[in-house]
Ligand binder design. Structure first.
Ligand code: ZN
Length: 249
């Protein structure tokens, strides 16, 4: 089974459409989403509806393939005391513009989900997912492995993709954007961000995992950044949210 894992769409419809096309071209059987469908961008409703449709396809049908992100939580009334001014403005805009059915849908999302018996999906971290930790260094990576029992945990949240593995009790980062999983190791993989990459590469990012071959790869997909940026300006959202898309941060 070929599984696509998307995260941090952030209401960027242009990026999501491009990723959706790429997922279809690759022939993925199902899609999992690690959260943050909304926040920052100008198309929260369209993105919630499209992600719902994508994640209900194929073998994932009948079960929820989406977990809650901190911006989804904020959009439905969650705590924003730790958000910076720009994120807060975007949350307030999203709260005003999200439809009632989409709000109710986000409200019902779980913080983590298990898939296929050996995959865990959470937005920020496998431990205390509601605390929205940022896993940004090898120490945090190493600590995280104690908090899940599955072979692979997929996360998002930082918008910076990485592949980490725990082999012989030692955590390490795997370079090159792809890996063939081995039965002796466990993996923590950040699939990056579809709608607001922050690793200096503006192309949308997501992950593809072939469960049969045990092969995982990060994919980058170019999309019309300018269109998404113009919509952010037209919506009256902070212009820095538009500018950052072209820079990939
Ligand atoms: Zn995010």
């Amino acid at each position: 089974m070929l599984v696509a894992i998307i995260s941090d769409i952030h209401a960027n419809l242009e990026a999501l459409e491009a990723v959706r096309r790429d997922i279809e071209e690759q022939g993925a059987d199902c899609v999992l989403c690690a959260g943050d469908i909304v926040g920052y961008g100008a198309n929260p409703n369209e993105c919630v509806e499209m992600v719902r449709e994508m994640c209900a396809d194929g073998r994932a049908k009948g079960r929820c393939g989406i977990v809650l992100g901190n911006h989804d939580d904020a959009a439905v009334g969650g705590d924003i005391s730790l958000f910076n001014a720009m994120a807060r403005t975007a949350v307030e805009w999203t709260r005003k513009n999200i439809t009632v059915p989409n709000r109710h849908y986000l409200e019902r999302l779980e913080l983590a989900l298990e898939f296929n018996g050996n995959i865990l999906v959470a937005h920020a971290s496998p431990h205390d997912p509601h605390e929205w930790h940022y896993i940004t260094d090898l120490w945090e990576v190493g600590r995280s492995f104690r908090w899940f029992r599955e072979s692979i945990c997929f996360i998002g949240h930082t918008h910076v993709p990485f592949i980490a593995c725990l082999k012989n009790h030692k955590p390490q980062i795997i370079q090159g954007g792809e890996v063939t999983v081995d039965a002796e190791s466990r993996y923590l993989i950040n699939v990056g961000s579809v709608g607001q990459p922050r690793d200096g590469n503006p192309a949308a990012c997501y992950g593809l995992y072939d469960t049969k071959e045990g092969r995982f790869a990060l994919r980058r997909v170019a999309y019309p950044v300018r269109e998404a940026a113009e919509k952010i300006i037209e919506a009256g959202l902070p212009s820095a949210l538009a500018d950052r898309l072209a820079m990939g941060w």
